[in-house]
Ligand binder design. Structure first.
Ligand code: NAD
Length: 420
């Protein structure tokens, strides 16, 4: 198999997933081939004046999977692992996610190869502004709209908004989502992905014949997604027995006090040193016995090695691409774990990003109740589309989600025809 310029573990993984279901979609092979390869990719150099007076060159990427359904939509990641292949894999995941949620967007993703924890605030600002300026030919409110991802946040989105607006000569808040509410972001965006994860878990738990109240939950990752998911589950009476992050993990079989853990981490303490629990080896986290396992950190953590050892009933894939192809094969063979696939499970973020974009275009803003009500409605409908398809076709949720997503974009392409 040829993966070309995009060859990387994550890209290979998403293309292998695509190839595994493509016959089943019953879509003409020429259309499938167009969906298999991202539409376009930009690589830019980002030269930046550092605080010590020297100049450093960073590499910045943006990959657009398809633009058939609307502007590209997807996060911007600042991480030392960022490369073209990783960004392309994430762009493909975004494409399927937008299609599954029936949002008027194509999938896209961007990134800069850097370690933001080793840069000053001023350096991160200059990296962001120069990257935005270099990307101006490839982005726009109707072309491609960025959002936060690992290593970026509301402040970074604010700088993108400002840089783009300065170049256009007028205010363009709809160029980026995930901005602060003051800068025409939307209420409920920060919590959206974690909340969406919880809405999916509520549905899955019911279908698995379990109850959320008292259910044991393990969460990997305590950033934007993991901490909100843990909090919302805690508030619904679930027992969060273990949480881990990049530095360590903590266990309390009676249930962790999540608001206290958040406060502990917010004060700059290590998660693993939380006094309300015992230290746990991070590699023990994923295989703990629980009702719900929520990987909400990085990709490719559920592998052929640890998938046979998972002891959960529901696997809520809050992170993008948390299961490798091999890990996924084991899960499918086992058949005893209800998997909520990533493109469904974490789609709350892009869904509320869509709400933010709509509000910015209209310059008319909604209440948090309205945002959450609409989010819950769209998440529940998407969950049921996948569940019904899986039941009717005796397949798993990941296959169902992927087929529904691919078919939707393929049908759009077929009805529009091939230009010229
Ligand atoms: P974040 O940067 O806020 O948090 C990441 C968390 O993962 C941190 O707690 C970090 O310590 C932990 N982590 C990093 N490496 C780890 C490792 N090797 N082992 C254990 N923990 C590790 O990021 P986030 O926004 O919460 O995103 C988490 C995941 O969710 C990513 O896969 C991201 O692509 C996905 N996602 C995020 C959003 C969003 O709206 N933020 C939307 C959709 C999907």
């Amino acid at each position: 198999m040829h993966f070309g310029e995009y060859d990387s573990p994550l890209y290979r993984q998403v293309i292998q997933q695509f190839d595994a279901v493509k016959e089943w979609t019953r879509v003409e092979s020429g259309v499938l081939e167009r969906l298999r390869i991202p539409k376009r990719a930009a690589i830019v150099t980002v030269p930046v004046r550092m605080d010590d007076g020297g100049t450093r060159i960073f590499l910045g990427y943006r990959v657009q999977h398809f633009l058939t359904s609307g502007p590209g939509k997807g996060g911007l990641r600042y991480h030392p692992s960022v490369n073209l292949g990783e960004v392309a894999g994430l762009a493909v995941i975004m494409g399927w996610k937008c299609a599954l949620m029936e949002l008027p967007f194509g999938g896209a993703k961007g990134g800069i190869n850097c370690d933001p924890s080793k840069l000053s605030l001023g350096e991160v600002e200059r990296v962001t502004r120069r990257y935005t300026m270099e990307m101006i030919p490839y982005i726009g409110p109707m072309v491609d709209v960025m959002a936060p991802d690992m290593g970026t946040n509301e402040q970074v989105m604010g700088w993108i908004y400002d840089t783009y607006s300065m170049h256009m000569g007028h205010n363009v808040p709809q160029i980026v989502t995930g901005k602060s509410v003051l800068l025409y972001g939307t209420v409920g965006r920060r919590e959206a992905t974690g909340r969406g994860v919880v809405y999916c878990i509520e549905e899955a738990i019911e279908h698995a014949g379990l109850s959320l109240r008292g259910a044991r939950v393990v969460v990997q990752g305590f950033g934007n997604v993991g901490s909100v998911a843990a909090y919302e589950l805690f508030m619904r009476g679930a027992k969060i027995v273990a949480v881990g992050d990049v530095n360590g993990a903590v266990l309390n079989t009676k249930g962790l006090d999540i608001p206290a853990l958040s406060e502990h981490v917010k004060r700059g303490n290590l998660l693993g040193e939380f006094p309300g629990g015992d230290t746990l080896r991070p590699d023990e986290l994923l295989t703990l016995e629980c009702e719900v396992l929520v990987p909400a950190a990085i990709e490719r953590v559920i592998t052929g090695d640890n998938a046979p050892k998972l002891r959960c009933r529901v696997l809520a894939e809050a992170a993008n691409g948390p299961a490798t192809v091999e890990g996924d094969r084991v899960l499918r063979e086992r058949g005893d774990i209800f998997v909520i696939p990533d493109i469904l499970c974490n789609a709350g973020g892009v869904t509320v990003s869509y709400f933010e974009w709509v509000q910015d275009i209209q310059m008319f803003f909604w209440s948090e109740d309205e945002v959450n009500r609409r989010l819950r409605d769209l998440m529940r409908k998407a969950f049921m589309r996948c569940y019904d398809f899986a039941q009717e076709n005796t397949t798993d949720m990941r296959t169902a989600a992927l087929i529904l997503a691919i078919r939707r974009v393929a049908q759009e392409k077929i009805q529009r025809g091939l230009y010229p």
